[in-house]
Structure formats: C-alpha cells, structure tokens
Design a protein around this ligand. Structure first.
Ligand code: ADP
Length: 434
C-alpha cells in the first residue's frame, strides 16, 4: 500500500519499556533502541494503559482479534482521535486482501470518502501512519484528527501510536505462531511424547515394584552377611599381635560387596518410592516433628560427611496437611543430597520454617554450603533419572520423588543455586484446615 503520510523517523531511545507485563515476549525482548524516544509530555498513564492492554491481547484468537484489540486500546486512550490499522493476514499476500480495522471518534461522521486512497480516514485533515516494525507486507497503524497536526517531532500522540505499532507487530508475530500448522503439529507431538512418557512410567512402576520385591530379601542378606564377615575379620585381627586382620585384602573385598549391595538396596528403595509413593491417609502433621525425625534418620549419613544441621523454626508455624512418612522421606532425601554435596570440612545444612498467613502456606527452606548446582542443571534436577553423581552413586530419583510427594500434598518445591555456592531448596505446603 502506498502511503501519503510522512514515515516517522526512528530515533535511539533511552526509555525502557515499563515492567508491568506478564508476557515478556511482547514488550521486554525488544531491544530498547527500537523504541521511539518518548517526549516528556507523553502522559505516563497512557503508556501504562498501553502495556496493560498488551497483557490482555487475545493472542490465541488470531490476527484480526489482536489488531482490533490494539485499535480499541488506542481509541480508549485517545478518545478524540480516529484510529485504524491496515494489515495483510497470513496467506493473503496481495494488496487486495488487506484487512482494514477502523475506529472513528464519537460524534464524527465521515463526510468525504475516497479523497486519498492511501488514507484510512480521508475525511479528517491530518493522519499519521506508523509502519509496523518488521512487517514485510507493509502493515500500518494509523491515527487521524481534524485539529491535531500530528507533527511527529513534538506529538505525544504520535509517539504513543509508534509504540503501539511495535507492540502490535510483536503480538501479530505471536498470534501467527500460535495459529501456524507447524506449531499445532509441534504441540501435538509434545503432547504425544508426554503421554507416552507417562504411560511408560506407569508400566515401569508396576515392573519396578515386582522386581524390587524379588531383590530386596537377597540383597538384605548379602549386606547383613558381608557386614558380619567384616566385623568378624576385624575382631580376629584385633586379637593378633599387629592388630590387623589376617587377610586385609579379603576385608577390602567384603567391604566392596557390602557397599555395592547397599547401593542396590538404595536404588531399589528409590524405585519403589518413585513407582508407588507410600499411601497413607492425609491428616494434620507437625512439620517440625517430621523434620526432626528426618534428621534423626540421617544421623549416620550426616555424621559420616561431617555435616552439622542448624534449625530455625518459626514460632508461628502450624501443622500442615499431609502423610507424615512421605514428608519424612522428602527431608531425608534433601538431607542425603546435602551430605553428598558437602565440602570435606565444615559442611552445614540450615533448615528454616515460616508461615505466610495470607496464603496459609508453610515455607521451608533447606540450604547447604556444598558444591551447589550448575545453572544449566537447575531445571533438570527434579527430572527422573537426572543425576550428576554417575551410575555408581546416584539414581537420579531422589528429587523427583520429593517433587511428586509435594505435588500430591498440593505443595511445591524449587531449587536455587549457583555452582560452588551451595544449594537452596524452597518448599511450600498448605496449612492443615478441617
Ligand atoms: P541423585 O542424588 O541420585 O543424583 P537426586 O534426584 O536426588 O538424584 O538429585 C539429582 C541431582 O541434583 C544430583 O545428581 C545433583 O546433581 C543435584 N543435587 C541435588 N541436591 C543437591 C545439593 N544439595 N547440592 C548440589 N547438588 C544437588
């Protein structure tokens, strides 16, 4: 489309968009240099309303709905002006397929049409055209007035419309992406993959439970007997002159048998928890009691790793709703991980509890001063079988069990950390109410 109105000059801007937007793809990802400089006289309320309107754009409803919403938003901000848009929807590449969306101010009737075919509002004396940045089909946003000369250099109205053009171009890109067949196929495939994964996990859970049942007894015997033989060899050695067992090599071998069997036991236990978290009836649970119990269970692990536990219990923390033994397992897993990540000396775990009275949720922070979690792993640590501990030491199931238990309790957990600076796990659970 040929345009008679002057093309606005782009200037560098120093004014970043305001931080009120929840869909950052529309506002914040634009390099700030693309924003036209806003004259001081542009009312802040206009920009706020433009951003608020951008948050509610009907992106999933298609291009025309998005354009109409933007035109309506500008018309609401500038009630005395005519506002319009001209765009070419996807799949309609000829100028004849352009879609025009127009909005005249209250009380103004077009008296003369067709004076200038390139204008959306030929009856009005002045019209400014903002091309949509990045549009390859010449889409434009228009504002027109009988009295305002719409001089680009000084007009706050023009600056607002230029900004709206940028918002609109981004919104159109999102709307097109949402509507594209490639996207639909992609979403469909993702859904299929998730369903298959869920299905596999369910089947896997049933198999795991059976396998674990078969393995548990022989493994427990291996652990018990190898420990017995180690103790016996050490005791016999203690009675000899040098104090060393007669065959140190055999004792070392027995220790390896015991360690390996223990590792298999741990793995089978994790598998069962993953497949079938213990089902108990949810009731009021004293959270501090649960944490104390978990620390007691982990006493040996913590002591071996030289880790001390500091508790900061909030005085106002109420009982939570849950299954006590599952919640104990949550903290056992977190303590075990903290012990494994602890520095060789001076390892510490700090557990802090508090309650948010307004949301009626208890918050527990479990933080340590260990090796921390690399930034790129933060999003993966709750994924089943993700481990950085290698096959020999990690099952990668601990945190996914923790997460599924918390989700079953209508709670939540997330991790915060930087490699080398310790890890922090933040849990939330609903307060018990009858
Ligand atoms: P596993 O401990 O068997 O590897 P988890 O699911 O418990 O499985 O943990 C997954 C991964 O998360 C670990 O391998 C480790 O990389 C990381 N992780 C968990 N807790 C901590 C922690 N306290 N400090 C550092 N890394 C941790």
């Amino acid at each position: 489309m040929r345009k008679s109105a002057p093309r606005p000059k782009r200037k560098d801007t120093t004014v970043p968009p305001r931080a009120r937007h929840s869909d950052t793809s529309l506002i914040h990802q634009e390099p700030s240099s693309q924003w036209p400089r806003v004259p001081d006289v542009v009312p802040a309320a206009w920009l706020d309303r433009l951003l608020a309107a951008a948050v509610d754009l009907p992106l999933a409803s298609g291009e025309r709905a998005v354009v109409t919403a933007v035109v309506e938003a500008i018309a609401a901000i500038l009630p005395g002006y005519a506002v319009g848009a001209c765009f070419v929807p996807v799949g309609a590449a000829t100028p004849r397929d352009q879609v025009l969306v127009r909005r005249l101010p209250e009380g103004i009737r077009e008296s003369a049409a067709g004076v200038d075919p390139t204008r959306l509002f030929p009856a009005l004396a002045h019209e400014h055209v903002s091309p949509l940045p990045g549009s390859t089909t010449g889409s434009t946003l228009h504002v027109a007035s009988e009295v305002d000369p719409l001089d680009h250099e000084r007009s706050p109205t023009v600056h607002l419309v230029d900004r709206a053009a940028l918002v609109l171009s981004r919104a159109l890109a999102v709307a097109r992406d949402l509507a594209s067949p490639a996207r639909a196929v992609r979403d469909d495939r993702v859904l299929q993959e998730r369903l298959m994964q869920a299905d596999k996990l369910a089947t896997f859970g049933q198999i795991a439970a059976g396998v674990v049942h078969e393995l548990n007894n022989p493994l427990t015997s291996i652990v018990a007997y190898s420990d017995y033989l180690i103790r016996k060899a050490l005791a016999q050695g203690a009675q000899t002159a040098g104090g060393a067992p007669r065959d140190e090599g055999d004792v070392e071998r027995l220790k390896r048998i015991s360690e390996s069997a223990n590792r298999m036991l741990r793995f089978t236990r994790d598998l069962v928890s993953y497949a079938r978290p213990s089902n108990g009836v949810a009731g009021p649970v004293v959270l501090h009691g649960v944490i104390d119990q978990a620390v007691a269970f982990c006493e040996h692990v913590l002591a071996t790793a030289g880790v001390s536990v500091e508790k900061h219990y909030g005085a106002d923390v109420l009982t939570v709703r849950g299954v006590s033994e599952q919640l104990v397992q949550v903290f056992v897993n977190l303590m075990t991980n903290a012990s494994q990540a602890a520095p060789t000396k001076g390892g510490q775990v700090m557990v802090t509890t508090s309650v948010d009275a307004s949301s009626r949720r208890v918050r527990v922070v479990v933080e340590d001063n260990g090796s921390g979690i690399a930034r790129e792993h933060l999003s993966q640590v709750f994924v089943p079988f993700f481990t950085t501990k290698g096959d020999r030491h990690g099952t990668g199931l601990g945190l996914s069990i923790v997460k599924s238990i918390l989700e079953a309790h209508e709670g939540d957990i997330h991790a915060e950390s930087e490699a080398g600076c310790g890890a922090r796990f933040v849990l939330e659970l609903p307060v018990w109410s009858r």
